[in-house]
Design a protein around this ligand. Sequence first.
Ligand SMILES: [Mn+2]
Length: 631
Amino acid sequence: MAARIGDSEIEIPIPDLRMRKRSAPVFEKMRERGESFLVSVLSANRITDVSQSAYKALHSPSMRTLDMWRLKDIEKAVDRLALAKERGERVGLVTDFDVDGISSDVVMYRALTEHLGFDESQVVEYVNNRMEYGYGFNDKVLDRVLSTEDTPTLLITADQGSNDNASVILFKEAMAKRGIDYADVIVTDHHHINVGETCADAAAFVNPQRHDCEFEDKTICGCMVALLFMAAAHRTFTERSIIPADTPSVQHLLTYASLATVADCVSLASEYNRFVVRKGLHDMNQGVIPAWQVLMENRYKSNAALTSRDLAFMLGPAINADSRTGGDGSDALNFLKAKNLDDARAAYAALTKRNTRRKDIELSMVEVALADASEQYYVRGYRGISIYLPKGSHGIHGIVASRIKEKFNCPTIIFSPVDVNEKDHAKRELTASARSIDGIDIHSIMTEVQKDMPIKFGGHPMALGVKKLTKDLFPQFQETFDKYVKEEGVARCGDAKGLDHLFFPFVEVDHLIQENELNWLRNVNTLGEIAKLEPYGQRFELPIFAINGVFVNSSRFGKSNSHLNIIFKDSMDNEHVGVLFNYERASFVSQLVIGKMYTFAFKMEYDSYKKSIGLQIESIAEGMNNLKTTR
Ligand SMILES: [Mn+2]
């Protein structure tokens, strides 16, 4: 079915509606515990563990059992920081360019200067420049650090550094040549550690992913690792009287960690992550920090509290737009660190402007990429989609890969030239971002591709970056990538017959609303029930419901009429209005015929104008009860 993106009509599959897998034991147990039918369904669709502790993690997450000292090397890190304080050393914060990295910088900067007794002039911030340096504590970042006047003698990384021991060694050597034999690096991170990497030359290596780390939760974000380090330092510094015993705790900085937890897409099925987001949102809604006040002014629902949605879909992308559009992170830092409302508002305006630019570039890239992807999917039969965008920006191609992946549910990789301004030639160097789908490990696919052709890559099973492919090899790359994606798919399904189901887009539905449950839609308490399981997000998705109905009519609304009200009647003849934003991009709209039966899938949310439940259409499938099973 066709969708309209920008100026073109593009063939895109209409997603299946599939029932979420439900754990019968969890459902039974929830009912036994006295939970409502709805809460029991949503729980059983999201967890498989019937234990009391899993129940607690879901409904009343806490950090009471959290012991930060279980993080391997955290004492070493604190001791080295205490030494830096004693000696009056300069400290450099070396962080990633995304929300997690930027938040880590803010947490450490504020903890060091407001709690741990460091002077502002002692702390130097090095947020990576995405477009110029790329990811990691790499050569370029090291050059930048070493060229700083009065170079810091202690570096602390956050959200990066686990695989960069080479830079640690180079830093210490360079400083030794300058006569400083005590320069050190503390690595804090939460990313995957490559086999054989130990950061042996760092003064401390704090990462819950370490195999010898006994910290219970491997899924916390980088900012949370940085915050735990600062909390441990606060504890030790007061115990040793390095700072006054009544120095306020760093707990108020947790709000930054909740932003990072939501934006970094770590699992919201984890108890600590659920706690951090709940507590952080609670504190943000008090609006103490100017940045959160400005966020309140701009929030999605002007008369409701901030939710994880505001962080995930509004603030997160706005902060990321800084580095994606070539910025050095200063707009983002100025916003998060703003000491008064005026500064925070000005910085937010700058971020918003960058975000608008990001959206424009993204849309033009998506338009070209979708047409190409459609041809690969339908004509060439590819299930591993690789696209080269000669005019693409590598600050944005990761988002474009996500958009294409969502539309086709195929692993997708988007290439752009390293240097857009370079004249085109066969050996032109390309760089790429890849995104995968659940259950398909793109990291192991690239390991296979690398055996056949010269590329470099790094990342996770779900997302990674590729370097060093030259343009003349791109057609070969396309075929190779598709071949190994299909092989991985066959391995997953057991045979080739499953591939059509595996590589097809779908929307997961929690529950098909029955005739005797139609009153749910008229009772705002339903939203209260759904809210009991907040926060929703990555790995703990916002509930989607389905209902059988007859399509009545539709009407456009909004700026340039880009949104659609979809009117339908349920089996009791009640009329409903579902809202669909940017309807031209949805492939399922063109199939709608007045008077015909459909299965409508939607999210529910509070409509503050009508003071009732509003429906946000997620997808529509032809016919009644058109719900497939998740295999
Ligand atoms: Mn991170």
